[in-house]
Design a protein around this ligand. Structure first.
Ligand SMILES: *[C@@H]1O[C@H](CO)[C@@H](O)[C@H](O)[C@H]1NC(C)=O
Length: 211
């Protein structure tokens, strides 16, 4: 536990997880995919991670929005945990006109054929403005159903990444360029977090709250 608390303190500069809340998973039980889109070198990126919440609470939904002004980039995303009791940090930041929500418990728990087994992203044009940014996030379930959030337009589809056996999708890690941190920016790079085992809540008894 002490090791985990130090890990969390270093990672997120927060102490609250160490003293309160449910017992978090230990880091080896988490999976981080490689980053999709953006550039692997030559740009200093700032990182936003759902790791702290992903290892503590089951994910409920993924919210997102697209900015059409920039050729359809994923402007904003936010993971929702624990039946909407906890919200992750905002990924991206362009003020978005319309936020949509992808309901994950319904997709993953109620039916084994709807468990997320693969994920990928689409990347925008590779130019100095679009910078190969993320356009959308896509999931494929056990029976081949595709779910997604973000732009319908897809300039550069990326290969599907297979979820490790026994892991459940749990959140995102995203990046945008440091030199654009003073203004709102969209999501340039994206990686997937998964946790070992079942981490999905049954929120059916809580449905109808908030709306
Ligand atoms: C996958 O499963 C869902 C839920 O059971 C069902 O609605 C859908 O038609 C299935 N898709 C395929 C391609 O079998």
């Amino acid at each position: 536990m002490a090791v985990l608390c130090i890990y969390l303190l270093v990672r997120d500069a927060v102490a609250d997880t160490c003293s309160t809340g449910p017992s978090p998973l230990s880091p080896p039980d988490m999976y981080f995919s490689r980053f999709l889109c953006g550039y692997s070198s030559g740009v200093n990126y700032m990182t936003t991670s759902d790791a702290r919440l992903a290892m503590t609470y089951p994910i409920s939904a993924l919210m997102g929005s697209v900015s059409a002004d920039y050729g359809g980039v994923l402007a904003f995303a936010m993971s929702v945990y624990n039946c909407a009791q906890e919200y992750g940090t905002a990924h991206g930041g362009i003020a978005a006109k319309r936020v949509v929500s992808l309901d994950l418990p319904r997709a993953q728990t109620s039916d084994p054929s709807m468990r997320i087994v693969q994920f990928t992203a689409c990347c925008a044009d590779d130019d100095s403005f679009s910078m190969y940014s993320v356009q959308n996030v896509r999931f494929r379930t056990a029976n081949g159903t595709e779910l997604g959030i973000g732009a319908e337009f897809c300039r550069h589809p990326q290969p599907w990444v297979r979820m490790p056996e026994g892991y459940t999708f749990a959140g995102l890690v995203t990046q945008f360029p440091e030199d654009r941190a003073n203004g709102p920016d969209w999501i340039h790079r994206l990686a997937f977090i998964a946790v070992r085992g079942e981490q999905l809540p049954d929120c059916s008894s809580q449905q109808g709250q908030g709306g």
